[in-house]
Design a protein around this ligand. Structure first.
Ligand code: 5BU
Length: 481
């Protein structure tokens, strides 16, 4: 038999694998009652692959490749019972890795063990799973293995249903690596004409609406004002949190417009309703220093902060290049209060941009997650960015993220991709609602662009977002007490 590990999982290979799985009804569309009682428009039944050995080899190979590509270090593997057991067996047999089996129920005779196989406490065990929804089954297996003294830092799964499993596992110190996400799967099936657009949208809405992730609730949920007064809170975060408390707003308007007149009009009219004005001065067709000085005047008058979004002219080179090109410093005499940076290049970048900006009282938000579909900033990356922020907390005061990702109350979380209804645009932007972002995902600030800017009455739209965002915050506070 030709072993599965010889198969190269190119993009085309993955697409054809998805189509094969759809053909054998391992992926089904319709109405399926889940354990929870919910009716799901999609169902995965990967159990059937045991009847298709060649396909089973390919799924096993893709799991192995995913773990290897991610550089996961492990000493042995354990499949979550039952569907992943044969997959794990194939990976171990083909690659000569030692395997462990976790029993679901203890025997009442013989050794009475919950985990079979030779265990060396301290060794790292990689968990293998077929489908992850909440992450509960992976966690159960991880707990059983940990009791035996094994270290569990990673799990590899074939399908991530994108309903919060990876975040929940990340909270427990386990990085989830998935071969394919539900979004990718829908994309492939749609392209191949196996499903229609309505089915794809239906599944997307279902996964977004039934996200199982609940950020751990701290003993006490602190108000914005209380967090402003904590000794470890960065001065800029403290200023921002105070503004939010005073003006009763957690709204940041993303003023993505190309004319200075329009930008200044937004700043003057919406200023009283917002805590932050996010600008992209690099898209202004008629930029001049005059614009930044007027923006600064409005910021003073209406008490908001200016956040210049640096993603287009991104700080994403190595620190040294940015130093050489003089890119880190102010391009205008009036520098914004807030800038952002990716964690991708290395901490050298932060050191470089900090030198110039910190002396000007500017603070930085690190981009830990993005709202765009298929974004590569997943759990392991996000965790690394949180660590980077903690190590540079004299300059970094928070994150751009989809949810609360740090338990440190001094860090501020700002979330883009917000509109009144869940959905997205044709270029991959994905929207959550203010209630979802603030109340359920525990973020602090909603960043709203087209939800307000494209409205015929921007003032009215901004007031609606402010009100809903603030009510979601009050609800979050009341739930914590
Ligand atoms: P929208 O019109 O609400 O979709 O605009 C969103 C804004 O937030 C826009 O300026 C983006 O550049 C910005 N953004 C985002 O949409 N998603 C991200 O992950 C990040 C920023 Br980081």
């Amino acid at each position: 038999m030709k072993f599965a590990n010889s198969i190269k999982m190119s993009d085309a290979g993955l697409d054809s694998l998805i189509l094969e799985l759809h053909k054998i009804h391992a992926i089904k569309f319709g109405k399926f009652k889940l354990k929870s009682g919910l009716l799901s428009p999609i169902y995965f039944d990967l159990r059937v692959i045991i009847s298709y050995p060649a396909l089973m080899d390919r799924v096993a190979a893709s799991l192995h490749k995913r773990a290897k590509d991610a550089g996961v270090q492990f000493d042995n593997l354990c499949g979550v019972p039952y569907t992943a057991l044969p997959l794990c067996t194939i990976i171990c047999s083909a690659n000569k890795y030692p395997m462990l089996i976790r029993r679901k129920e203890a025997k009442d005779y013989g050794t009475n063990r919950m985990v079979e196989g030779v265990i060396h406490p301290g060794q790292r065990c990689l968990i293998v799973e077929d489908v992850v929804t909440s992450g509960g089954s992976v966690l159960e297996t991880a707990e059983a293995l940990k009791k035996e003294g094994l270290k569990i830092t990673d799990a590899v799964v074939f399908v991530d249903r994108e309903q919060g499993g990876s975040l929940m596992l990340a909270d427990k110190g386990i990085t989830l690596h998935s071969v394919v996400s539900v979004s990718k799967l829908l994309e492939v099936l749609l392209k191949a004409g196996k499903i229609d657009l309505a089915t794809s949208q239906d599944v997307k809405s279902f996964t977004q609406e039934h996200n199982t992730y609940k950020p751990p609730i701290p003993d006490e949920i602190l108000s914005y004002g209380a967090r402003a007064g904590l000794p470890d809170t960065h001065p800029l975060a403290a200023q921002l949190l105070k503004i939010m408390e005073e003006k009763k707003t957690n709204l940041c308007v993303s003023a993505d417009v190309t004319s200075s007149k329009e930008l200044l009009d937004i700043a003057s009219k919406l200023g009283p309703l917002i805590c932050v004005l996010k600008t992209h001065v690099d898209i202004l067709e008629d930029f001049s220093e005059d614009v930044t000085s007027k923006l600064a005047e409005f910021a003073m008058r209406h008490n908001f902060l200016i956040f210049e979004d640096r993603k287009i002219l991104m700080f994403a080179d190595i620190g040294n290049m940015l130093k050489n090109e003089g890119e880190c410093g102010p391009q205008t005499s009036l520098w914004p209060h807030i800038i952002n940076a990716h964690g991708l290049p290395d901490p050298g970048l932060l050191q470089c941009i900090r030198v110039v900006n910190k002396s000007l009282g500017c603070g930085c938000l690190l981009i830990a997650q993005m709202s765009s579909q298929g974004c590569l900033a997943t759990a392991g990356y996000t965790q690394a960015v949180v660590k980077m922020a903690e190590e540079h907390s004299d300059f970094v005061f928070g994150f751009i993220s989809g949810s609360k990702i740090s338990e440190k109350p001094g860090f501020v979380h700002m979330t883009p991709g917000v509109q009144m209804h869940i959905g997205g645009d044709e270029l991959g932007q994905q929207y959550s609602t203010p209630e979802d972002v603030i109340c359920r995902k525990g973020s602090d600030i909603i960043i709203v662009g087209r939800g307000i800017i494209a409205s015929p009455d921007r003032l009215k739209a901004a007031e609606e977002y402010r009100k809903i965002g603030w009510e979601a915050y009050l609800k979050r506070l009341s739930q914590g007490s």
